[in-house]
Design a protein around this ligand. Structure first.
Ligand code: ASP
Length: 306
């Protein structure tokens, strides 16, 4: 069903297609041998024009676990981008070598552009402050694994909602599920972009915006913390002023529901105190593991081995 398809933003896959990836990822998690070696002979290109730990390594681990191989670069300085090559030319070249391309780039729209020049599927691993659809697959699979279903939830997003691409992708996707309410918690300067709130209004998804994490805390089923995206700021002063505006600590956790799920796409800077890590409601490291399973499911599907 997904064979040969690109994933640029979450809306590229229907709800049914997204759910089928979760079922596949669950099977992979439950049976270590399932799909092992299914991608033997296939090559994945990982082109990272921006830093990454989890996304790149989980894609590479996913490909290796499926029996395939990968090639690529972890920073643009080692590619011809440093000599001034255009993205279009890089992609035209790499798509001669690989069966699929995973790309992260600081420019919004770069993945879409790449998909227009590529002869193989392109997976967006983050385009500037725009989207990060495979993080959304990770986030939703985590909720599904921990709660059994994705519905009847009040989800709070906290931190940098302006530049946080994972927030944009997840909010847009959650809007497709039943009985979801969203609470956006951010400083005035970092509010959720209007193109997201407009879409939510169109889909009649109830949402509120607040500056106050304490006030939202007792109402939440899921709390999605984010770091302030330093690399997208125009000046360091603003970053320093805003960076520690929300810190989730033990005291705030005490006011949360017993079955609250705390997610974070990581990396964490200061926004979650280390003392929260031992709370059973902290799910951010589990999330990193689910990311690998869902990326295995995605690769097996778009490479057409399943
Ligand atoms: N790793 C996520 C991303 O690439 C979140 C972050 O960097 O804050 O968007």
């Amino acid at each position: 069903m997904l064979k040969g398809r690109s994933l640029i933003e979450p809306g590229n896959f229907s709800l049914e297609e997204t759910e089928s990836l979760f079922s596949l990822a669950e099977k992979i998690e439950d049976d270590e041998q399932y799909l092992r070696e299914s991608c033997r002979g296939k090559l994945l290109a990982t082109l990272f024009f921006e830093p990454s730990t989890r996304t790149r390594l989980s894609f590479e681990a996913a490909m290796l676990r499926l029996g395939g191989s990968y090639l690529g670069f972890a920073e643009p300085g080692s590619s011809s981008a440093a000599k001034g090559e255009s993205l279009a030319d890089t992609i035209r070249t790499v798509s001669c070598y690989a069966d699929a391309i995973v790309m992260r780039n600081p420019k919004e729209g770069a993945a879409l552009l790449a998909s227009r020049y590529s002869t193989v599927p392109v997976i967006n691993a983050g385009d500037g402050g725009h989207h990060h659809p495979t993080q959304t697959l990770t986030d939703l699979l985590t909720i599904k694994r921990l709660r059994g279903e994705i519905k009847n939830l009040t989800v709070g997003f906290c931190g940098d909602l302006k530049f946080g691409r994972t927030v944009h992708s997840l909010a847009k996707t959650l809007a497709r599920y039943e009985n979801i309410r969203l609470i956006f918690i951010s400083p005035e300067e970092l509010v959720i972009p209007e193109y997201i709130t407009r879409q939510l209004q169109k889909q009649k998804v109830p949402f509120t915006e607040t500056r106050n994490l304490e006030e939202a805390m007792p109402r939440l089923d899921v709390l999605y913390m984010t770091r302030v995206q330093r690399e997208r700021f125009f000046n360091e002063e603003d970053y320093i002023r805003l960076k520690d505006i929300y810190v989730l600590n033990g005291e705030k956790m005490a006011t949360g529901k017993n079955n609250l799920i705390v997610l974070h796409p990581l990396p964490r800077v200061n926004e979650i105190a280390v003392e929260v890590d031992n709370d059973p409601r902290a799910a951010y490291f589990k999330q990193a593991k689910y990311g690998m399973y869902v990326r295995m499911a995605l690769l097996a599907s778009i490479l057409g081995v399943i």
